[in-house]
Design a protein around this ligand. Structure first.
Ligand SMILES: CC(C)(COP(=O)(O)OP(=O)(O)OC[C@H]1O[C@@H](n2cnc3c(N)ncnc32)[C@H](O)[C@@H]1OP(=O)(O)O)[C@@H](O)C(=O)NCCC(=O)NCCS
Length: 191
């Protein structure tokens, strides 16, 4: 067997061995999930080496998706924001990324909290080609389990009032009926 044969191909989103896992990386959150249409994704906590993949998804994202996620037309992905996306402490700030077999990052969910705080705010984006097959629900469930395991008590969410997909997703996931103010809906769920 030659060297090349000895090294198995990396599963999507996995190694290459050179892609360092930061201290505190919770490998136990890695898993493969099969979606309702039979496609599989590999889900794992975000790492700094994901910057390129997330930048690419941002570049390819449609304006409506970015607007629904950031509440502003044409949000910018500057270096500071990208750095914050991929550097988390895995305790008060956590993001889970779903990778397709072709290694594209097709979904990401995160919570943003602060040290000592029992609640954190979630955000989620799913690639349009991967919607309505349960990916957001799966990521949200995994995120809630991870939050609970880290001592958080509540997840909160903000979304634009007319974002029916998000409203339905959160209602189905057990978030309480939202309060709406200035076009933004706010809801939460105990974890
Ligand atoms: C909202 C969003 C995350 C949903 O992702 P998804 O993977 O399609 O969601 P799921 O497949 O897990 O759907 C779960 C439930 O939500 C509801 N839902 C999802 N999309 C919906 C839509 N377009 N219209 C109505 N209900 C919808 C359904 O009840 C669905 O269950 P069902 O498919 O069994 O009927 C996705 O549309 C998205 O990325 N939107 C842009 C970003 C965004 O709006 N983020 C929110 C602010 S952070």
């Amino acid at each position: 067997m030659n060297e090349r044969q000895k090294t198995p191909p990396s599963p999507p989103g996995q190694a290459p061995a050179v892609a360092a896992r930061p201290p505190g990386y919770p490998a136990e959150l890695e898993q493969t999930s099969t979606l309702r249409d039979g496609r599989a994704v590999f889900v794992r906590p975000v790492i700094p080496a994901d910057a390129l993949a997330l930048e690419r998804e941002w570049r390819d994202a449609d304006a409506e998706t970015l607007y629904q996620r950031f509440f502003t037309p044409r949000p910018r992905l500057d270096a500071r924001r990208l750095h914050a996306f991929v550097h988390v402490d895995y305790q008060w700030r956590l993001a889970l990324v779903a990778f397709a077999a072709d290694t594209r990052a097709v979904g990401i969910v995160r919570y943003e909290g602060a040290p000592g705080q029992e609640h954190a705010e979630i955000a989620i984006v799913i690639n349009p080609a991967w919607r309505r097959v349960g990916l957001a629900s799966t990521l949200l469930r995994l995120l809630a389990e991870a939050a609970r395991a880290r001592g958080l008590r509540r997840l909160t969410a903000l979304y634009l009032q007319d974002n029916q997909a998000m409203a339905a997703l959160l209602a189905k996931a057990g978030f309480i009926p939202p309060r709406v103010s200035a076009g933004v809906a706010a809801t939460e769920k105990a974890v």
